[in-house]
Write a new protein. Structure first.
Length: 118
């Protein structure tokens, strides 16, 4: 077996595992969940931005945002995600109810709403 064939075989095996590791969701609800809270942490890095927010009932949620290039092109730059800022998130909750995770479709900060969907 030549090196090219071996490399192709390795990629065929590795890529689905990498995709599954990146998208570790059990699935998401179809209904939209709305969360209001304060930003507790921010990660504005590839492949997706994420924030955690703390809601009024003191639950900390992990919110997956859009890819960085999409957020930047729509005006949601890292300087707009400040710790302590009040946010409203609309999105779809992870089907695994033991995890407080949401994939955001929209985020509103300081009265400005950004659509994060493609």
């Amino acid at each position: 077996m030549n090196a090219r064939t071996l490399l192709a075989a390795a990629l065929v095996i590795a890529l689905p595992a990498a995709a599954l590791a990146h998208h570790g969701w059990a699935g998401q609800e179809e209904k939209v969940t709305v969360l209001d809270g304060a930003i507790a942490s921010v990660s504005y890095s590839m492949p997706h931005g994420t924030i955690s927010i703390v809601t009024a009932d003191n639950v900390q949620w992990t919110v997956t945002l859009a890819p960085i290039y999409r957020m930047s092109s729509r005006g949601l730059t890292v300087d707009k995600l400040k710790l302590g800022d009040k946010v409203r998130i609309e999105g779809n909750r992870n089907l695994d109810k033991t995890r407080y995770e949401l994939k955001a479709a929209k985020i509103t900060i300081n009265g400005v709403t950004t659509n994060l969907m493609a």
